[in-house]
Design a protein around this ligand. Sequence first.
Ligand code: PCA
Length: 209
Amino acid sequence: VTKRILVSGFEPFGGESINPTERLVEALGRDQALDPDSRALIPPDAEVRPVLLPVTFDSAFKKLKYEIRAFDPHLVLAFGLAAGRGAVEFERVAINCLDAEIADNAGQQPRGLPIEALGAPAYFSTLPVRELVAAVQNEGLPARISNSAGTYVCNFLMYRLLEMNVRSQRRCGFIHVPFLPEQVSQKSGVPSLSFDELLKAVRAILHAL
Ligand code: PCA
C-alpha cells in the first residue's frame, strides 16, 4: 500500500527573500512527478503531496486543513525555518500561546494570547521524534529534538494540526530547519545547512517513516 505523506513548507517571512522550506516543497513536487523508481527523495511506496503555506495566522492552518481533508494523508510533516538554529530540529511540543515578535505576512502580530481560550495547554508531536533524529544523524547531519517551536506561526500551525488530529491515527509533527548558507553570508556566527544537506535529511526522514 502507498503511504500518503503531506509535506508542508512556508513562504519567506520576516524580511528574508527565501525560505528553505519553500524550496523543499518545490523539490519534493519535482521528485514526486518522476517515475517511482527513479525518484531521488521519495520512496517508491510513498506519495508525497507538497503544500506551500502563507506565513499568516489567518490562513496557514486553513490551507493545511483543506489539503489534509483533500489528500487524507497517513502522515503530516510540516516544515519551517528557525532562524539561528544549527540542526534539523524535531519539535516535541506545541503550546497554546501566540506571542509574535514580528508581524506575520498579513501584518498581524498577536502578543501574549492563547491560541484557543479553553484549549489544551499543549499538544505533543505524534511523530517518532527520537528515531527520526537518529535517521538524520546517521547521514552525518546535525539533528536534535527541540522542546520549543516558538510562539509564532510555526507553533500555531503545529498546535492546530495536532488538535485537529488528536483522535486520529494520522501521525503529525513539525520540523524546524536552519537557514541556507546564502541567507547567512552577511551574518557572522549564524549556523546554516546547505540545500543538498537538507534534501539528504528529508530523504532520510521519508525513508525512516
Ligand atoms: N518559520 C516561522 C514561520 C514560518 C517559518 O518558516 C516560525 O518558526 O514560526
